[in-house]
Ligand binder design. Structure first.
Ligand code: SF4
Length: 724
């Protein structure tokens, strides 16, 4: 029985319940799980973010607990047949440790890499980073959050000195007079959030959406700007240009709370509205109406999401909207601000505690000597023994199995075979590895390639914490233990660490290596597989950092509706709203950065004349490993599709429902056509939740943002072909 579970008085009679949160997206809707006679039901729960609402994914999340596809035993690839075969835990873990030893003795420590996920709890993300740096002693760790939120994170860091998706509670959205959503479609990706949009409009507020498609969210907007994909930055600069011309810039705020405005002012001077219209297709009148709604209202919020971020200029695009928000004096003003809608369930916490290539816990930089000393002190290792920064996710994946790249990879909670850009190339890289290990509870497309598959616990079977899109740290409560044969990620990491220490003495390990105490602070009676123990250490490791969890206890989270970081002391306040008095920069001022529009990494041409963009649908989640196996979600969204305008369909002779092939310079995929006027005639859309022949990421571009390393999922050049 876990902390949050209500006791059962008799097996199978009195239901057991826990108050927890949905396993999927960053809204982390509150829900109650009830187990009765072995069956688990999801019940709605009042929580400040979702107010009792859940989407179809949340309602059906428990179906996977007892799903027939559930992995309940490790799998080892049989060298003779090439098939994955059931194996004991000892055999599987020994195979991993032997493989790690062989690879590191032959190629050095950095020849082993770790790839994490934005769905892992804070405790797992922390333990994974520590495992990589202290047990494996490799610099190579990164995670799939690099594909989701990293451009807004980088833009937030350079402007505000801190990266917290929303620097204010979600409820502020409902009170905004003007709300601008850029590249965000919460009506499909996090439907309970729409309640706040509805409330906002019922109070007389204006909702403006910037999106190349007429999405479910755009249909609710008072004004929809439908730019050509890849031109959001031009729109942002034009809006600031208009605000300057009309005198809507908050000069007092800019003078008192920011630096660098003059360079931005000069930069946007050239972005007169007609120029932006010519580039983006957004009419001047709509640009002017948007700028007026932003510049003349009292409470104004600007939000960006993946549509603005997933570009080779994603950091600059987000920065364009941050500049606009700063010029209007929004961040830190009550009821106003700029924020990013984080995507993955623990996308926020997952990027704070050390599974990013360049970070240590507490959002510390791994190349900062003071940060290294602090974290090394908590870990009980010399600071100079900690590896330096690794490389971002796509660069890491694209180097696997190459002469200079890692030869072994351990994957936790990720499915890059479906979710990575230019996915066929990444699939090839994974096949080239000497050792691929995947820990998951279902046989994902990536797990199917692995040499070793480790069956892991699901969200309802483990305790821990998640940090939602508001920076609110939440408790995940276990309803029941994992099934026989299944282990938690923390238990796997603890066991691997022990085996590496006692068995994995690869020949090239030096005497100094042997002295390194791999998980010292968790030894001496403390159990490294206990999430409460790991969280206690995470608090110490993050203390004093940007994302300071020092005062966040599980008890405190349970007593209230979560705790907002930074929260340095247990008896001090947490921080629902940032920036009221100062920003997290050395001088306390936010920083403007001049940013210029530039073309997409790949432009359309005669051979590939259409823009291609990807996204999500309501009933599926990320790479679909989980949601494609839930019956109700499969019924709602059974297959991939290619959305195209009827005029384009007519030109190509493609009817609704007929299969089409989407071809880029990198590959192709096939799916039925879905004709819709919701999309521009020059643009094609497909969801990325499916693998195999319908894998949208077979065609996406692997160009990445130079600052964040985020790939350009949102635009590339393709052609469509009829499939006869
Ligand atoms: S909106 Fe997100 S957190 Fe809420 S139920 Fe749906 S998937 Fe789960």
């Amino acid at each position: 029985m876990t902390d949050g579970a209500r006791a059962a008085t008799g097996p199978g009679r009195t239901p057991r319940e826990v108050a927890t949160h949905c396993p999927y997206c960053a809204l982390q809707c509150g829900m109650t799980l009830r187990e009765e006679a072995g069956r688990v039901a999801v019940l709605p729960r009042q929580f400040p973010t979702n107010r009792g609402g859940l989407c179809q994914k949340g309602w059906t999340a428990a179906e996977l607990l007892d799903h027939p596809d559930r992995l309940t035993t490790p799998l080892l690839r049989d060298p003779a047949s090439g098939e994955l075969r059931p194996a004991s835990w000892d055999a599987a873990l020994d195979r991993i440790v032997t493989g790690i030893g062989a690879v590191q003795s032959g190629h050095g420590r950095d020849a082993v890499a770790v790839f994490g996920g934005g769905g892992l709890t804070n405790e797992k993300a922390y333990a994974l980073g520590k495992f990589a740096r202290v047990a494996l002693r490799t610099k190579h760790i990164d995670y799939n959050g690099r594909f989701c939120m990293s451009s807004a994170a980088a833009a937030g860091m350079r402007a505000f000195g801190v990266d917290r998706g929303l620097p204010f509670p979600l409820a502020d959205l409902g009170r905004a007079d003007t709300l601008l959503l850029v590249g965000a479609n919460p009506a499909e990706t996090m439907p309970p959030l729409v309640r706040w949009l509805t409330e906002q409009r019922e109070r007389g507020g204006r909702l403006i959406v910037v999106d190349p498609r007429v999405t479910a969210t755009a249909r609710q907007a008072d004004l929809h700007l439908q730019p050509l994909p890849g031109t959001d930055l031009a729109v942002a600069n034009a809006l600031l240009h208009i605000a300057l011309t009309e005198g809507w810039v908050d000069r007092d705020y800019v003078a008192a709370r920011t630096t660098g405005f003059e360079a931005v002012r000069r930069g946007v001077a050239g972005w007169w509205p007609a120029r932006a219209e010519a580039l983006s297709g957004v009419p001047v009148a709509d640009l002017e109406a948007t700028a007026r709604a932003l510049g003349t209202a009292e409470r104004v919020i600007i939000l960006t999401a993946r549509g603005a971020e997933q570009h080779a200029k994603g950091v600059d695009t987000v920065t364009g909207f941050v500049n606009l928000a700063l010029a209007l004096g929004l961040p830190g003003r009550p009821g106003s601000g700029y924020g990013c809608l984080t995507g993955q369930g623990n996308g926020q916490g997952g990027r704070e505690h050390g599974q990013k290539a360049d970070q240590l816990p507490g959002y510390r930089k791994i190349d900062d000597p003071v940060a290294r000393e602090h974290v090394a002190g908590v870990w009980g290792v010399p600071a100079d023994e900690l590896p330096g920064p690794g490389v971002p996710a796509y660069q890491l994946l694209d180097s696997l199995g190459t002469p200079a790249g890692p030869k072994a990879l351990l994957v936790f909670g990720s499915n890059p075979v479906v979710s990575a850009p230019r996915a066929a190339r990444i699939e090839g890289r994974l096949r080239d590895l000497d050792l691929l290990v995947v820990a998951d509870f279902l046989l994902s497309e990536t797990a199917a390639l692995a040499d070793v598959v480790l069956p892991t616990a699901q969200w309802a079977e483990e305790d821990g914490t998640m940090t939602n899109l508001e920076g609110r740290v939440l408790r995940r409560h276990a309803l029941r233990p994992p099934p026989a044969g299944v282990r938690t990620d923390l238990a796997i990491l603890a066991d691997l660490t022990t085996r590496l220490r006692t068995l994995g003495r690869a020949p090239s390990y030096t005497e100094s290596d042997k002295k390194v105490p791999f998980l010292t602070p968790l030894q001496g009676g403390a159990d490294a597989s206990d999430p409460r123990v790991v969280f206690a250490e995470l608090r110490r490791a993050s203390a004093g950092g940007i994302a300071d969890y020092g005062g966040v206890s599980w008890e405190r989270i349970d007593e209230r509706d979560g705790v907002f970081w930074p929260c340095p002391t247990e008896d001090g306040p947490d921080t629902p709203r940032l920036f009221a008095d100062r920003f997290a920069t050395p001088d306390g001022r936010a920083r403007f950065h001049p940013v210029e529009h530039r073309p997409a990494a790949e432009e359309v041409c005669a051979e590939y004349p259409l823009h291609f963009t990807t996204g999500r649908v309501l009933a599926q989640y990320q790479s679909g490993t989980q949601t494609r196996r839930v019956a109700a979600l499969r019924r709602a969204a059974p297959d991939a599709f290619v959305e195209l305008h009827p005029d384009l369909g007519a030109r190509l002779g493609v009817g609704d429902g007929e299969p089409v092939r989407v071809v880029s310079r990198r590959g192709e995929f096939c799916a039925p056509a879905r004709l819709s006027t919701a999309i521009r005639p020059d643009t094609v859309f497909a969801p990325f939740h499916w693998g195999g022949a319908a894998r949208a990421n077979s065609v996406t571009n692997d160009a990445v943002d130079p600052v964040s390393g985020m790939p350009e999922f949102k635009i590339c050049a393709v052609r469509l072909e009829r499939v006869d």
